[in-house]
Ligand binder design. Structure first.
Ligand code: SAH
Ligand code: SF4
Length: 371
C-alpha cells in the first residue's frame, strides 16, 4: 500500500505545470512566484497583490468573483492556473454542532479530510499533510493506510482557505491551524512550510506563524531544521512514552530516533528558539498510564520549556486491544505529571461521533477514485 511520493511529470491529459505528481494551482504559489507568473502572462506586477488579496483576504472561490481584475486576466488564469483542484465532497457535523469534518477529493481521485473546530474563544482547523502516513503508529487509524502520497502546499493551503470560508459562514474567523490531520508533516517538510509561508504573507491571509502548530512523531533532523527556519511556527512532539521499551511499540519511528535523541533535539530547539514545546501523550489503558510512567515522563522532561497534553485514546481499528483509561486514571496521570513539575493538561479530542477526532481520520471513500 505504501507507494511513496510519486514523481509524475507533465502528461498529455494535463498540460498544466506538474510538480511531484500534483498539478500546480494558484494556492501553490508564494507572492513572488505569482508575480513571476503574472509577468509571464504580460500583466503588471501589482495584479499579483490584488489576486493575493482577493484569494486570501476576501476568500474568493473563483477568479470570476475577483471583479476588480480585468476579465481577460481572469480568463487566462482560469485556463493556466486553476485556483485549486480540491473538490468538496461532503461535510459532517458533530452532534453538538461545534465540529465540522470536511471531505475533499483531489485531482487524482484520493480523498482528504480537514476538521474545523469551533470554541468560544478560537476557531481551529486540523489540516492533513499526506494521504495516509508511513509512520504507522500502533494506535492510529491513518497509520493503517500506509502512505499514498504527500500533499502539495496548494492542497494544504486549499484546506485552510476552505475552512476559513466555512468559519466565515458562521461569522467566525479562523484563529489556529494544527497540522494534526492525516500524515506526518516532517515527512513533507518543504510543502508544509511553504503552506505556512503562503498563508503568513502580509498581502494575503496574514495568518500568524505562532498560530500554526506542526506536530511530529519525532523525525529528529527536522526538529533542528525547524529551529533554523525563519517562519516561527509552534512545535508539538507526539511522545506517548518516556522510554524506548514502550515507545518502540507505539511509534515505530522510535527504532530510528530514540527517546533520548528526541528529547536532546527538543532541548536544542528550545535553546535556539526560546519557544515552548508541546508534548502530546496519547493515554492508553494499562499501556502507558501508570503513576510510575507519569513520574518517568516528568523526569525525562525536567528543565525543558514545555507543556504536556494528555490525549485520552480514541479507540480505532488500528489496535482493537487498546482502550481508553477510566476518567479517574486520566485525571490522576495528568495530576502526577503536573505535581512532578511539568505543566500538564488533559485534552479531549473533538468530533469523536463523526470520526474526526485525533487519529481517527481514515480515507474510506477510495472506491470513488475509480471514477
Ligand atoms: N503525524 C503527526 C501529526 C498527525 S497525528 C503526529 O503524529 O504528531 C496528530 C495527533 O493525534 C498525534 O499527537 C497523534 O499521536 C494523535 N493520535 C493519533 N491517533 C490517536 C488516537 N487513536 N487517539 C488519540 N490520539 C491519537
Ligand atoms: Fe502518522 Fe501521526 Fe498517525 Fe503516527 S500518529 S501514524 S505519525 S499520523
Amino acid at each position: 500500500m505504501t507507494t511513496g511520493d510519486p514523481t509524475t511529470t507533465q502528461t498529455e491529459t494535463n498540460p498544466l505545470r506538474v510538480r511531484r505528481g500534483v498539478p500546480e494551482t494558484f494556492y501553490d504559489l508564494t507572492l513572488d512566484e505569482l508575480t513571476g507568473r503574472i509577468d509571464e502572462l504580460g500583466h503588471p506586477a501589482y495584479r499579483a497583490k490584488q489576486l493575493y488579496h482577493w484569494a486570501y483576504h476576501q476568500l474568493a472561490s473563483t477568479y470570476d468573483d475577483m471583479t476588480v481584475l480585468p476579465k481577460n486576466l481572469r480568463g487566462e488564469l482560469a485556463n493556466h492556473l486553476p485556483l485549486t483542484h480540491l473538490q468538496p465532497v461532503t461535510e459532517q457535523e458533530s452532534d453538538d454542532g461545534e465540529t465540522l469534518k470536511l471531505l475533499f477529493q483531489t485531482h487524482d481521485g484520493n480523498h482528504i479530510e480537514t476538521v474545523l473546530m469551533f470554541y468560544p474563544d478560537r476557531v481551529t482547523v486540523c489540516v492533513s499533510c499526506q494521504i495516509g502516513c508511513a509512520v504507522g503508529c500502533s494506535f492510529c487509524a491513518t497509520g493503517m493506510m500506509g502512505l499514498t502520497r504527500n500533499l502539495s502546499a496548494g492542497e494544504m493551503v486549499g484546506q485552510v482557505v476552505a475552512a476559513a470560508r466555512r468559519a466565515r459562514d458562521f461569522d467566525r474567523q479562523l484563529t489556529n491551524i494544527v497540522m494534526m490531520g492525516m500524515g506526518e508533516p516532517f515527512q513533507n517538510y518543504e510543502s508544509t512550510m511553504k503552506m505556512a509561508r503562503i498563508i503568513n504573507d502580509p498581502e494575503g491571509m496574514k495568518f500568524g506563524a505562532r498560530r500554526i502548530t506542526v506536530s511530529t512523531s519525532g523525525l529528529v533532523p527536522f526538529i533542528d531544521r525547524l529551529a533554523e527556519d525563519p517562519i516561527q511556527v509552534k512545535l508539538a512532539i507526539s511522545l506517548h512514552a518516556p522510554n524506548n521499551h514502550l515507545r518502540d511499540t507505539l511509534v515505530p519511528l522510535n527504532r530510528r530516533w530514540k527517546v533520548e535523541e528526541l528529547v536532546d533535539a527538543c532541548r536544542r530547539y528550545v535553546d535556539r528558539t526560546g519557544r515552548r514545546i508541546s508534548f502530546e501523550y496519547c493515554l492508553i489503558k494499562g499501556v502507558n498510564d501508570s503513576d510510575e510512567t507519569a513520574r518517568e515522563l516528568a523526569r525525562l522532561l525536567k528543565g525543558l520549556l514545555c507543556h504536556v497534553n494528555v490525549i485520552p485514546l480514541n479507540p480505532t481499528p488500528a489496535e482493537p486491544s487498546y482502550e481508553r483509561p477510566s476518567e479517574a486514571r486520566i485525571q490522576r496521570f495528568a495530576q502526577v505529571v503536573n505535581d512532578s513539575g511539568i505543566p500538564t493538561s488533559v485534552r479531549y479530542s473533538r468530533g469523536v461521533d463523526i470520526a474526526a477526532a485525533c487519529g481517527q481520520l481514515r480515507v474510506e471513500h477510495e472506491s470513488a477514485s475509480a471514477n
